[in-house]
Write a protein that binds this ligand. Structure first.
Ligand code: APR
Length: 255
């Protein structure tokens, strides 16, 4: 296990990237940090400073405080619409165009990979731009934000069944979309190189993918300025910001 990012490491990983038949990538909130989207580990700012995302992104939180959860996601939805993909997102698009087979598995719900142009995209935790009914499950493509008449104003309701609308994302304790998880596990088992970018690798089942890939013979590379549980077994750790390391890696692989 390497002890951190050095020019030599990036050269070794670039050689493997260039030779790879199937490159898979697993991303977390860290890849969007340089676009201005706070990670879950960053202390929440402003109004949300007193809440831990783990207390907001749960079915119990929505049941108990539907407006608080709806408003937190409405604010994050507006932020995601305001920011743009950064050099890391764009470097993954460039890599996808260069390798024979590619799969991008993201835990992020901000939609930035799709906006950057990534095609083979698996959204494990849903997408914050999508809203669905918490009752009948129908997607809602438009809704009337209830008139802001005070703190007790509740989220918009489904026009079909009257239940509250909710963000179409996966909350803690909720199952992941089965098709997305199956596709992600297939990619982890079949790839020969897995880049793990900007995730604390603490939330399962996404955090199990790197070990599944390595057990199936893939080379596992972590890209993160901090160490994570992957440090115990990843083949390489390119220590740095995704917006710096991924473009450097793509340039080193295809000068
Ligand atoms: N480049 C690369 N990595 C970065 C950067 C950066 N510029 N900035 C921060 N990081 C790293 C942090 O060191 C941390 O390891 O990104 C990681 C972010 O970790 P989390 O905030 O825990 O986000 P993530 O791993 O995506 O969380 C997983 O948990 O909250 C749930 O469903 C939510 O999808 C989320 C899941």
């Amino acid at each position: 296990m390497d002890d951190g990012y050095g020019a030599g490491d990036i050269g070794s990983v670039a050689d493997r990237l260039r030779a790879a038949k199937f490159v898979a990538v697993l991303t977390g909130a860290g890849i969007s940090a340089e676009s201005g989207v706070p990670t879950f580990r960053d202390a929440q700012s402003g109004l949300w400073a007193r809440f831990d995302p783990r207390e907001l992104a749960t079915p119990a939180a929505f049941a108990g405080h539907p407006k608080r959860v709806w408003d937190w996601y409405a604010e994050r939805r507006a932020l995601a619409a305001r920011v743009v993909p950064n050099a890391a997102h764009l470097a993954l698009v460039a890599i996808e165009r260069r390798v024979p087979r590619f799969a991008l598995i993201t835990q992020n719900v901000d939609g930035l990979h799709a906006r950057a142009g990534s095609r083979a995209l698996i959204e494990l935790h849903g997408n914050i731009a999508r809203v669905r009914c918490s009752g009948c499950g129908r997607p809602a493509d438009r809704w009337e934000e209830a008139a802001a008449t005070g703190a007790d104003v509740l989220p918009p309701r489904c026009i079909h069944c009257g239940a509250f609308l909710r963000p179409d994302v996966v909350w803690f304790e909720e199952p992941l979309p089965q098709d997305a998880l199956a596709a992600a596990e297939d990619a982890a088992r079949q790839c020969d190189l897995l880049l793990v970018v900007g995730t604390s690798a603490e939330v399962y089942p996404a955090a199990a993918l790197p070990r599944q890939a390595q057990a199936a013979g893939a080379c596992v590379v972590e890209i993160n300025p901090q160490d994570t549980p992957l440090r115990a077994y990843a083949d390489f750790w390119l220590r740095g910001r995704a917006g710096e390391v991924l473009p450097a890696l793509a340039r080193a692989a295809w000068p």
